[in-house]
Design a binder for this molecule. Structure first.
Ligand code: FES
Ligand code: FES
Length: 184
């Protein structure tokens, strides 16, 4: 065994332990948070491990699956693609802030439940945050089959085959009066 191979891990460990800590101030689900964090810490890990907000799921960790979607300053974003320090000063909303404080589901959550828009549920927080962001941004969302599938295109689901998720989005739009005047 060479001295070099024996030393490499401890050098790496010592680099990790000597990481500078940067002060991070942000608002998460209405609470002002101030923490010192490593500049390498991902936003998804900050939310899950530092704040205990484990409703934000982590699947691919490379921006593909959408499971880690949260809202940053009102827009859907993948928290696995951002460093926590990049969110300094931002307002973050996670799935934990979507239902009412008394536990009443948000209409989008209610629609997913009613329409069986989930099976294992691993992807669900990401879908909910993506749809919520879309509904809050677009006053008149495109609720055609193609429009809804386009809306959902940033999130992957391994279980449902998407049909029930599409139905859930349409139902959520109805519950939120986003689908225009009721016909008939
Ligand atoms: S975990 Fe972030 S996109 Fe998959
Ligand atoms: S419900 Fe299982 S991955 Fe979507």
């Amino acid at each position: 065994m060479t001295g070099r191979s024996a030393e490499a891990p401890s050098a790496e460990a010592s680099e990790r332990s000597s990481d500078p800590r940067l002060l991070l101030r942000l608002t998460v689900n209405g609470a002002e948070i101030e923490r010192e964090v490593s500049p390498r810490l991902l936003l998804s890990d900050f939310l899950r491990h530092e704040l205990g907000l484990t409703g934000t799921h982590v699947g691919c960790e490379q921006g593909v699956c959408g499971c880690c979607t949260v809202m940053i300053d009102g827009r859907a974003a993948r928290s696995c693609l951002a460093l926590a320090v990049q969110a300094d000063g931002a307002t973050i909303r996670t799935i934990e802030d979507v239902a009412s404080a008394d536990g009443t589901l948000h209409p989008i959550q209610q629609a997913f439940q009613e329409c069986h828009g989930l099976q294992c549920g691993f992807c669900t927080p990401g879908f909910i945050m993506g749809v919520l962001s879309h509904f809050e941004e677009a006053r008149m969302p495109d609720l055609s089959e193609d429009g809804i599938r386009e809306m959902l295109s940033g999130n992957l689901c391994r279980c449902t085959g998407y049909q029930h998720i599409v139905a859930a989005v349409r139902r959520a739009a109805r519950l939120m009066n986003l689908d225009g005047p009721e016909k008939g």
